[in-house]
Each structure stands twice: as C-alpha cells, then as structure tokens.
Design a protein. Sequence first.
Length: 321
Amino acid sequence: MERSLKEYVLISLKGIAMGAADVVPGVSGGTIAFISGIYEELIATISKLDLSFFTIWKNSGFKYAWTTYNLSFLAALFSGIAISVLSLSKVIKWLLHNEPLYLWSFFFGLVLASILYIGNQITKWSPKVIISLAIAAIVSYYVTIAEPLASPDHWWFLMLCGFIAIIAMILPGISGAFILLLLGAYGTFIGILNNFREGLTEFNGTLFWDAFSKILLIAVGAVAGLKVFSKVLNWMFTSYKNMTLAALTGFMMGSLNKLWPWKKVLSYRTNSEGLEVPFIEKSILPTSFEGDPHIFLVLLFIVIGFLLIFALERIATKKAV
C-alpha cells in the first residue's frame, strides 16, 4: 500500500498512543488501534508475516518483499510504540517508587472500568458463560496471592511474560501491562526499559547490553505468543465468543486484588540493580495502612482512571458507527 510521508507520520503518532496505553495496566494498545482505525490492518499484517519473507527477498529483492508484507506500516507504527514506551518508563518507575498509592489507585480505576467494558460485550448469559467467568476470577485471584514461581529477572520467566503479554497486541480490551502486573513482572519490565533508555542515552555499554538481552528474551516470547495467540483467539472468538469474553472479565475481576492501593509488604527481594523491592504483599484496609492512606486522593485517582476508560469506550463506539 502506497502512503505519503504525512500518512506514515500519522501512523507513528497512533503508535505513540498505543505505546502509552500498553505501558499502563488496564488500557489496551489493541483498543487504541481499534479506535484509531488501524486494528484490522495491524492484525492482517502480523498474521501474514512468516518465513516466506526471506524466500520472496531472495527471488524478487528486498524492496519487493518489504512492500509485499506491508513492513513500512509496521516500521512506522512500532517506531511510535517504542518512542512512547521508552519515554514513559522513567515516569512510571518514579511513580512506582515515590507515589505508589496514587499510581495503583489510577490503575485500579482503569481495570475496574475495563471489567464493565468487556462484560458489556457479552450478548447472552448462560450457565457455561457464568461458570467461565467464575473460574477465571478465582484462578486470577489465586495468582495474585500466590508466591511467584521465579524471580521476574529470570530468563525463562521473561520469555513467558512476553509470550503471554502479547495478547494486548491482538485483543482490544485487555492490557499487556496488566498481564505483566498479574505475573509480578510489571516493575521489572519498567526497570528494564528504563535501563535500556539510560544505557542508550548515557553510552553505558554494560547497562545497555544487560537491558537489551532481557528485552530480546521478552521479544522472543512475544513473537512465539503472537503466532499461537492469534490462531487460538481467532478460534475462541469464532466458536465461543461469550465464554471467552466472560473468562476475560473474570480474569480482570480477580486481578483487582493485585491493584488494590493499600498493601502490607510481607517479604522483599533484591532486584537486578541490587535494590530491595517488595516481593510478596497483602491487601489491607486503609485504616491498617502504615502512614497516611490519602483516602480522598486515592478515590479521586480511581475515578480518573475509571472515566478514562469510559471516554475511550465512547470514542470507540462513535468510531464503529
């Protein structure tokens, strides 16, 4: 598809919006792609990608292969996503360390509204749909209270996170950052992105290559997940749409425990930077919170997060009409 430079700049701007959404749990990059009118092209382009690219390159030249697979579109889009993600990682990391109450309350509002958004798409409730929702909610809740299987810095765990989180690139409504959060790897992922950016801008080779190797592991898992999830989700939505939506809704409902702003740290771990960070936490009432619970401001940020999803849903509805 032939496009002008202005059109590619616009695609990059849409990528920046998608990147910003993917960094925040509860907001899906897929939703932004849908709202901005590039979702179908994105899915079609990704689905078409395979090893035949190299055969076409060999037989007809790189330029023809590049055009055939619409890679200019992907390059413009993912450039925007990368710029956005790397820019926001420092802000998110600062908030995680300095204003966790406000950050988690904002995320709580985002996911709470996303539950309603996904749940409202269920067209028919049946015993199977209700059971799917209940099982997903229970499983999700127990994941939030279970002790992590491995350190978020472990190589196979990073690949697993990439494998699962890529669902956000395929499905509007569920966030890849939310998946990372549920797996206990969100803070680690933000730290990796921040180290990569700092290593690149400060010409710190050690920091850069350590972060790059971890990003590569996540990317390998994401590529594998992209191929698997695209086929599985397509089959699930074609054959069992309501049950799938119910499971996603339940999954997000159970995760609210992970996003609850007021927590008590039960144990710590040492991250890759040598810093002590929370490892296992327990949700508690504001009255039991050590320090000022900032109840009014926390509720305010929950409302702000909730209304953001509501606004995006309204925009998406108008776009569909």
